[in-house]
Design a protein around this ligand. Structure first.
Ligand SMILES: Cc1cc2nc3c(=O)[nH]c(=O)nc-3n(C[C@H](O)[C@H](O)[C@H](O)COP(=O)(O)OP(=O)(O)OC[C@H]3O[C@@H](n4cnc5c(N)ncnc54)[C@H](O)[C@@H]3O)c2cc1C
Length: 501
């Protein structure tokens, strides 16, 4: 990955280029955003600025063995482009799909790679954003102006993953790797590998590495919920046998998956202990009743307070059952030269330690923002529906779902952006900003997300940096796809929450 911190930044040599819309990031959200703009706002000029050397976002920056989605691609894929492969897909398959969307819609010509945006400043006088970017290859500074900023930069820092500080790390003589920076030439054949963490990344890495590694251990402080199943969707295969059009297959399977997702979420709320039993039953089915499921796979939190990763064909558990992989639930006391000493006194020998310990949230792609010369502190803003922010004009952020696929929301936000831009065009307005209505002024202002509802560590670590929500649904990212899909198309753009100029 290129890092502008290591190259001298040169002053701009060209005048600022202007676009109606500037999209930040060429991940699943940015490419989808470009498609929606082309379809729903024809004639709108736009550019996508991407700091990497290729499209894909998450699916390009992560290159660890076995990388795959943990949600199905019928709903992680776009509404408008049928998914025709197995539901759980590899990063490469996801990028091929995105590449097809880019090629089929002529989006490639709008993407500028190697452009890292550092600053964006809004002027109410010109009703424009000025965006400063740096070419990560040449160090050349480039300025752009735009009427509207479409923030598709995701939610975490792509430069560096999160690795906690442990005592004695400096003494460890083996290799320590974060999954976000996977060395291309890493040979782990016959090596003792310890993966710290038990989230979706660890659950993917372990079965993928188990075959070649000497032994691989998943070291977790506390257990995580998983679901298992076949990497196939029966109804999709049936419909294909009947030669049903792929667009129909896509839509039917999406409806089935989102319907079942709603039912599952409701069950988690209504009978969490029954769901817990079912989830643990899936693990027992592979590991057997002699295995200490209680210690290693029964989390303290309720199902759905954290994302539940899907384990296709139970490969993680099959790896454990075969003896190639194992799980240790304990805490790290310190690193030693040859591995990790645990609080229980047990020592795990390791040639390679993989820290699948998550990432740092990045509120707006590490970009500094100003509005009329005043720096924006996102934690002082209140969000409108998790998309717009008080005091920040002409800007929408795509923040997807945690419990449902991210892209379900990216598509809906795309529709909203297009509707908003078309509304502004029709009414001859150039600026839109959200503001609390009189009746909203005494509502409770709360952190971005309710920790009791959803509480992964990366969010907890960064809640103080994120925008605030109110206790009314217009002023929150509710994480509720099933209501939002009905409400978003009807959001009233003439409501007094929208201030136009
Ligand atoms: C390993 C992993 C697996 C995941 N699996 C799933 C899953 O199965 N299902 C699911 O729903 N979600 C999953 N997620 C969450 C996932 O990140 C999102 O679903 C989705 O890929 C986010 O897409 P995005 O385009 O919004 O952001 P990203 O994929 O993060 O892409 C953002 C792009 O913006 C660029 N960018 C950022 N800042 C700047 C800047 N300042 N200047 C220029 N460019 C910038 C980045 O380089 C990047 O290319 C996963 C996350 C990870 C890390």
């Amino acid at each position: 990955m290129n890092d502008t911190a290591t190259i001298a930044v040169r002053p701009p040599v060209q005048a600022a280029e202007h676009f109606d819309v500037l999209i930040v990031g060429a991940g699943i959200s940015g490419i989808g955003g470009a498609y929606h703009l082309q379809q729903q706002c024809p004639g709108t000029s736009y550019v996508i600025l991407e700091m990497q050397d290729n499209f894909g976002g998450t699916w390009w920056t992560h290159k660890y063995p076995g990388i795959r989605s943990d949600s199905d691609l019928y709903t992680f894929g776009y509404r408008f482009k049928p998914w025709v492969g197995p539901p759980i897909a590899t990063a490469e398959e996801i990028r091929t799909y995105m590449g097809d969307v880019i090629a089929e819609n002529g989006i490639g010509q709008h993407i500028r790679y190697h452009h890292r945006i550092g600053n964006a400043s809004w002027s109410s006088a010109t009703k424009r954003w000025t965006v400063q970017a740096t070419n990560t290859q040449t160090g050349e500074a480039r300025a752009f102006t735009c009427n509207f900023l479409y923030m598709c930069q995701g939610y975490y820092n792509h430069d560096e993953g999160y690795t906690p500080e442990w005592a004695g790390m400096e003494n460890f003589k083996g290799q320590m790797i974060h999954p976000m920076k996977w060395p291309e030439d890493l040979d782990y054949t016959g090596k003792k590998v310890v993966v710290i963490g038990s989230g979706a990344t660890a659950a993917t890495l372990i079965p993928a590495m188990a075959e070649k590694a000497g032994h691989i251990t998943m070291l977790q402080r506390s257990p995580t919920f998983f679901r298992t199943g076949r990497n196939a969707i029966e109804i999709a295969d049936e419909l294909r046998k009947l030669k049903v059009d792929e667009m129909w297959v896509h839509e039917i399977v999406r409806r089935k998956i989102t319907y079942e997702g709603a039912a599952f979420t409701q069950r988690c709320l209504d009978e969490p202990e029954k769901v817990r039993e079912d989830l643990l039953g899936m693990v027992t089915a592979v590991l057997g009743t002699d295995y200490d499921i209680e210690k290693h796979f029964n989390p303290k939190y309720r199902p759905w307070q954290q994302r539940i990763a899907f384990i296709p064909d139970a490969d993680l558990f099959k790896g454990i059952a075969s003896g190639k992989a194992s799980v240790v639930t304990d805490e790290i006391e310190r690193f030693t030269q040859g591995g990790i000493e645990l609080k229980s006194g047990e020592v795990l020998e390791a040639d390679i330690v993989v820290t699948a310990t998550g990432f740092h949230m990045s509120v707006m792609g590490g970009i500094t923002f100003e509005v009329d010369g005043k720096p924006v502190d996102w934690s002082e803003t209140i969000t409108y529906r998790g998309m717009m922010f008080t005091g920040v004009p002409n800007l929408v952020w795509v923040f997807g779902y945690f419990r449902a696929s991210w892209t379900l929301r990216a598509d809906m936000v795309g529709d909203f952006v297009c509707r908003l831009l078309n509304h502004m065009k029709t009414t001859g307005t150039q600026q839109v900003e959200v503001g609390l209505r009189d009746e909203d002024r005494d509502m409770k202002v709360l952190p971005w997300i309710d920790e009791d509802n959803f509480n992964p560590n990366y969010l907890k670590r960064s809640l103080h940096l994120l925008p605030k929500r109110g206790d009314k649904k217009d002023w929150a990212h509710t994480q509720d796809y099933w209501n939002e899909k009905e409400e978003f198309p009807k959001l009233d753009l003439t409501d007094t929450a929208f201030h136009y100029a």
